[in-house]
Design a protein around this ligand. Structure first.
Ligand code: AN7
Length: 351
């Protein structure tokens, strides 16, 4: 089936320059998957859904913003795009640049990008440069470069990224018939939570669709918005959100506050447990995406989140296949048996 490009589908609602060209991989239109068993286990008396953003073309929500940012860059005559990335932005920028026929340069923190993301960026033909430092330092470098050279910056500092990303809010409202009571999502550089809030507010002003409360979740070792100060050396198993100085931090805090929600932190163990729990319902997400459900579970258990009789949406930002090493590296090795029926029976009898 041929789907309409995202920017075309929501053209009337997006504030994009007229010169923007269409650079699409048929992003968006992702499933809103009910999670009845997890809802029951959490015991909060609400309906629970996952917005499965890992089913975008490059496996993360970044594609929504990248079709906009790269399309705009192409339309204004850019020959190259650049970004710093914890991985997903890199893979997405690389794919959309390839689609547009543009050069793509990505800077990533050395050794801290999950295998599927690095491989993606390389597969799509980006020039990948590792920086001995953090994502925040890499972002600093690409911002400087984009100010001095004719290279378009496609990090979420680029406002067009947010225009594309806010379409996820529109889709959720259209699927549910109105906004959910809570939207729960991971927060790294804080572009996505800012974009969702923009989208929900815009749709509400036009159609009275209501507003969700936002529960943003950072990883405990990379939680500048919870501590109220940058984190010089962020550390977490959820490498996608290993970010110590979010570019849109102020905007995110304001969005959470305006919504009547908040930004909290979840520990790595809780994040990995939430990842296993979602996979136990057939939904494998990358660790960063499990920060949302980890935070939600903690808030409900502590009686701090009342959504009784309402609806909660978890934004599952990236596919589990992005970071296979997290699974294979933390579990015992799988058994090997000789190709004999007796050996198979014996092994299964052990359990
Ligand atoms: C799976 O790719 O920052 O708060 O450089 O990959 O909008 O930054 C990724 C972020 C959540 C956080 N979930 O979103 C990057 C990058 C996943 C992510 C986030 C990211 P923002």
């Amino acid at each position: 089936m041929t789907a309409k490009p995202l920017l075309e589908r929501y053209q009337a609602l997006l504030d994009m320059p007229a010169h923007t060209r269409s650079v699409s991989l048929q992003e968006g239109g992702t499933p809103l998957l009910p999670l009845p068993r997890l809802a029951e286990e959490l015991g909060g008396g609400f309906e629970l859904y996952a917005k499965v953003e890992g089913l975008n073309p490059t496996g993360s929500f970044k594609d929504r913003g990248m079709t906009a940012a790269v399309g705009e860059a192409l339309g204004r005559g850019a020959k190259a795009v650049i970004c710093a990335s914890t991985g997903n932005t890199a893979a997405s920028a690389a794919a959309y640049a390839a689609r547009a026929g543009l050069r793509c340069i990505v800077l990533i923190p050395e050794g801290k990008v999950a295998a599927g993301k690095l491989a993606g960026a390389l597969a799509y033909g980006a020039q990948v440069i590792q920086v001995s430092g953090s994502f925040d330092q890499a972002l600093d470098l690409v911002v400087q470069l984009s100010q001095r050279q004719p290279v378009a910056l496609v990090n979420s500092l680029n406002p067009h990224r947010l225009q594309g990303q806010k379409t996820a809010a529109f889709e959720i409202i259209e699927d549910l018939g109105r906004a959910p009571d809570w939207l729960c999502l991971p927060v790294g550089n804080a572009g996505n939570i800012s974009a969702y809030w923009m989208g929900f507010r815009q749709y509400d002003q036009l159609h009275g669709s209501g507003l969700p409360r936002l529960l943003g979740v950072q990883a405990a070792g990379a939680a500048p918005l919870v501590h109220g100060a940058p984190v010089a050396q962020p550390e977490t198993v959820a490498t996608a959100i290993r970010i110590g100085a979010p570019a849109r931090g102020e905007q995110a805090l304001k969005a959470a506050e305006e919504s009547g929600g908040r930004i909290i932190a979840a520990g790595d163990e809780e994040i990995l447990a939430a990842q296993r729990r979602l996979a136990g319902e057939g939904l494998w997400v990358e660790p960063a995406s499990a920060a949302g459900p980890a935070g939600l579970a903690a808030e409900v258990a502590a009686g701090r989140l009342d959504a009784q009789g309402g609806r909660v949406v978890l934004v599952c930002t990236g596919h589990g296949l992005k970071d296979p090493d997290i699974i294979t590296g933390t579990l015992p090795p799988t058994p090997v048996i000789p190709a004999e029926f007796a050996a198979l029976e014996a092994l299964l009898a052990e359990e």
